[in-house]
Write a protein that binds this ligand. Sequence first.
Ligand code: GLY
Length: 593
Amino acid sequence: MRLRRSIHLTVFALFVAGASPSIAQDQASDAVQPERGGSTAKVVEEVRGAVRAARHMVASAHPLAAEAGLAMLRAGGNAIDAMVATQFVLGLVEPQSSGVGGGAFLVYFDGEAERLTTFDGRETAPALATPRLFLDDDGKPLEFFDAVVGGRSVGTPGTVMLMAETHERYGKLPWRTVLQPAIAVALEGFPVSPRLADAIAEDKERLSRYPGTRGYFFHADGRPLAAGETLTNVPYAATLQVIAEEGPSAFYRGPLADKIVEAVRDAEGNPGVLSRVDLENYRVVEREPVCVTYRAHDVCGMGPPSSGALTIGQILKMVEPFDLAGLGFMNVESWRLIGEASRLAFADRGRYMADTDHVAVPVDGLIDEDYLADRSALIAEERVLAAGEVQPGTPPWDHAKILGDDKSIELPSTSHVSIADETGNVVSLTTTIENGFGSRLMVGGFLLNNELTDFSFETHENGLPIANAVAPGKRPRSSMAPTIVLKDGEPLYVLGSPGGSRIIGYVAQALISLIDWELDPQEAASLPHLVNRFGEYDVEEETAAADLAASLVGIGYQVNVRDLNSGLHILEMTLDGLLGGADPRREGVAVGD
Ligand code: GLY
C-alpha cells in the first residue's frame, strides 16, 4: 500500500469540459473525497469523488450486485465469497452482459499466500465443432448476427465451474450462503434498470426470435420491459437453488445440462452442436499470470486464451520510453504514441494470440523487453505510420509456424468486478456472455453465450492457418483484461472493463491514467476515451477528448467521434485504505466499509 501522490492539475481541466452527469454519480454522493489541495480539489469535486473505505470494497456494474458482494464481506466472508454473490446477482440484473450461461477470467491475489494467480473459465468449442462452423455452403464467412443468434455460437459455459472451484479452494462462507442473495433477488424481483430497458428495446427483433427469451423480456402484447418495472425470475431462482444444493454437477450433468443441450441443438434456424459430453468434460484451468514491469509497477493479467494482458503489456512497454507524464492528457503527442503502440500491438495480436492449449503462441517473445524496444523504436519518429507499415513483428520464438492474420469480429459486451477484502485478497473478474444478450437463447432463467463468435470465422488467410480458428475443445481468443497491479509485491490497483476488443484500449488508458497521470480510480474511470486498434481513432463524443479530434486528423489519423461505452471498475489500495471508482457511463458503483 502507498500514499497517493499529488495530482496533476492540467489533467483534470478536461473533466470540466467533458464529464456528463450519470446515474452512478448520485449513487456515490455519500462518498468521502480523497485528500486534495487548493484549486485541484475544486475541479475534481465537480465530477464525482472516489469512494473511500477502510476495510473492504466491491465495485461492479450494478448496485444490487455490488451490495450482494458487500453483504458477504460484512458476514465474515472474503473476496471470493463476495465475487460469487456478485456474479450470480449480476447475471440476473445485468443479464445482457454476463451470467451462468457464459464464461469469465479471474486474476486473484491470495493475501495469505501472497501469491498472484489466474483462472480460466472461458467457454470451449464443442467436440463436434468443425472448421466450417462459421462458413456458409460456399465457404464464405457468415454475417455476424446470422452466426450469433441461435445455437451455433454457444460454447460450453465456464462461469459456474469457475465460481464453484475457486469458492471450494478459497471461500470462507458456505456455498449455499453465497448463492442466497441472487436467489432472493430473483424471487422478490428487481427494478429493470434504464440501461437494461434500452438494451431490450434496441435488440427487439433478435431478442424476440425465441419464445422463452421473448416471454422474459417482453409483455404479451410485445412491449419491451420498461425501466423501473419489477422483474422476477423464478426459473433462475430454481437454477441457483439446485446449484446451491448439489454443486456445479447440477449444471454440468443434471437435467439442467439436458435442457442446455436441447436448447442449443433445437434452436430454430441456427442449431448448434453442443453435447452432454462437452458439459461433462468442462474444466477450469489455472494459468500463470502474464506480467510486464511498467515504470516500476508489475502489471499482471490474463494470458491466452485472452489477448488482454499480452496486448496491454505490449502497449505499455512501447510507450514506456516516452514522457507521457510530462506530455499529459490534452496533448496530441500522447495519443500518437499510445495510438501507434496500440496499432502495432493489435497487429501482433491478430497474428499470434490464441488458445495456447491448441496452438503455439510466442507468449514470452511477445513481451520480451528487447523485442518491444525494437517495436517502440518504430514509433519514435513524430509521425503516424502508414497502414502498410503497421505489420506484425517477429517476436523471439522457438517455433517455426507461419501464420495468417485473424478476422474476428468483436462487438462491445461483458462486465467487470473488482473486490478487495481486509485480509489482503484481491479479485479481478471479467465476465461475459459475449454479445449483448449472447445467443438470445434462454434456459433455466439465464441466457446462453455466443462466445464461439470470438473465433475467427475464416480459418486461413492466403493459405496460411489463422491461430484463432475454431477447433474442438478450443477456447476462443478473448480481449478480456482483468488486471492487478503490484508495487513491491503488493497489490496497488485492481481493474478491468467490458467493451469487446476496445477493452484493451480502455484498460491500457486507465493504467496510464493511474500510473503516469496520477489520477485516482474514479478520475481514471471517468476520463474521456481515445482508442485505436486498427488505424482509425475512436474518440469519445461529447467529452473533452473530442477537442483532440482535429489535432489527430491534422497529424494523419482518420477519426471517428462516437459513443465509447466502457465499464471500468477500479480499486486502489493506499496506506489510508481503499479508493474505488465506477465508470460513470454505466450503472455501476463502488461500495465498501
Ligand atoms: N467476448 C468478449 C471477450 O472475450 O473479449
